[in-house]
Design a protein. Structure first.
Ligand SMILES: [Zn+2]
Length: 62
């Protein structure tokens, strides 16, 4: 995941910054508790493609 790309990406819903979760290849919005998938190095920044992360997963994010 390109660091520059990551730095300019924001959540399409709240416009907040995202956390890159490397093992899962997801970009996570803590505010909305949504995880956006990264497929073939391309972040899929659509709410319809995102999954809601559980509280358990949320707690594991640093
Ligand atoms: Zn958000």
């Amino acid at each position: 995941m390109d660091k520059y790309l990551l730095s300019i990406l924001v959540c399409p819903l709240c416009k907040g910054s995202l956390v890159y979760h490397k093992p899962a290849q997801e970009l996570i919005c803590r505010f909305d508790r949504l995880a956006y998938p990264i497929r073939d190095q391309i972040p899929i920044m659509f709410e319809a493609e995102a999954r809601t992360i559980s509280l358990e997963e949320y707690d594991q994010l640093s």
